[in-house]
Design a protein around this ligand. Structure first.
Ligand SMILES: [Zn+2]
Length: 124
C-alpha cells in the first residue's frame, strides 16, 4: 500500500482555458487578467504562460519574487492549442483558485547562494 497518495505531486487545475473565436475563425485563448492571488493586473505586472503536459501555467511576474509557492494559474489546455492568447477576466468570474498546499518552510536558514559579488565590468 505504498504511494497511495503523493502529496504535492501533480497540480490541481484551477479550471480549463477559455477560448473565443475571432471574426476570422481564429481560436484565441483567453487567460485571466488578474494573477491568481488577485493582487496584480497581468496587463501591468506582466505574466508568463507556459504550456506543459496539457496544462497552461500562467505566472504573475510580480508574484514571482515572493515566497508564496503558488502564484500561477493552472489551467487545463484543450486541443487545438490556440495561436494566440489574450487577457480577460470575464470568463473566469466564477473561478475559485485552488492554492497548492505546498508547505512553506518556516524561517530556517536562507538558501545557499552560490554566486557572490560578481565583478561587473564597468559599462563603457
Ligand atoms: Zn501577482
Amino acid at each position: 500500500m505504498a504511494n497511495l497518495q503523493k502529496i504535492g505531486a501533480g497540480s490541481r487545475p484551477d479550471g480549463v482555458v477559455r477560448y473565443r473565436t475571432d471574426r476570422d475563425g481564429t481560436r484565441v485563448g483567453v487567460l485571466p487578467a488578474r494573477c491568481k492571488r488577485q493582487l496584480h493586473s497581468l496587463h501591468e505586472a506582466g505574466y508568463k504562460a507556459v504550456a506543459e503536459g496539457g496544462e497552461l501555467r500562467v505566472t504573475c511576474t510580480a508574484c514571482w519574487d515572493e515566497p508564496n509557492p503558488d502564484h500561477s494559474w493552472h489551467l487545463t489546455l484543450t486541443k487545438p492549442t490556440p495561436a494566440r492568447a489574450e487577457l480577460d477576466d470575464a470568463p473566469y468570474a466564477g473561478i475559485t483558485p485552488h492554492f497548492q498546499q505546498t508547505p512553506v518552510p518556516a524561517r530556517t536558514e536562507p538558501p545557499q547562494v552560490s554566486h557572490r559579488h560578481h565583478q561587473q565590468p564597468a559599462p563603457g
